[in-house]
Write a protein that binds this ligand. Sequence first.
Ligand SMILES: [Cu+2]
Length: 326
Amino acid sequence: MSAPLKLSGFALGLAAVFGAAYGVGRVAGPVTPAAESRHDDTATAGHGDTDHPGGGSAAAHLPGGLLVSDRGYTLTPVAAPAGEFAFQITDGDGRPVTAYDVAHDKQMHLIVARRDLSGFRHVHPELGPDGTWRVASPLAGPGVWRAFADFTPTGGDPLTLGIDVTVPGALTSRPLPAPATSTTVDGYTVTLAGDPQPGRTAELTLTISRDGAPVTDLEPYLGAYGHLVALRQGDLAYLHVHPDGEPGDGRTRPGPAVTFLAEVPTAGTYRLYLDFKHGGAVHTAEFTVVPGGAHAEDVPPAATHAPNPPAPTGSAEHGGPGHGHD
Ligand SMILES: [Cu+2]
């Protein structure tokens, strides 16, 4: 596992950190001999042996979502009717995996975003008896999309595999919005506090209000008051963070603030997607952040923050109808 090596320095019980996605409680610690041997067991028969962390391959140090095949498991799209998205996870023998552990209420979390970081969606496919996962297609419109399957095969470690999926049609690339510490979604205002630094753990606090009033009755969503996904601009490395604390632990309040412990692996530009549930619906607030960089209010955004300056005619608005949740 790559994450434990990076995360062992702050393996707090409730620390939820970038990189180790689901099941962080199991993996946020030094790699144990037991974990290594279990790993051997699951990968022995596979063609994924070259990715074995013990072999010192680059995969051992990668964030999630960059590989379509890792540790013997492969993300394989399946032909599906119009309007549906279907895929399988195959094992080292090419057989579809049918047994998964539940993590955060679900056996499978499917996250999609266009390569330009727009159109983020987080959905939960249904597993058929043949090992095919199916969901109403979250790919909202033409473009090159990255699809992330975030899951734990029974007997294996948490894993996030990623694949590009092209939806034909006229592509309009959208410039990444400038860094900001406040955004609005569905009538909510969400502010971001914290200063992530590459290679260090930082607190990120997101505070939610509506019509000027703090929201203090957030609803649990997948076992938490908030879920945070970050995608790195350029390669869409996938980083999944969970809050510091959970509903019912006696110390975590249902808003207005949700705090995360986060570590970004490198400098660069990241897009953060906060899912929170209120009023019976899931909402997504998005932020562009530049770890270690100046704050948005300090510097003209386009000059310093954006590796790819917005096209002169581009709209600054991001996302739009593509956003949503199941
Ligand atoms: Cu999910």
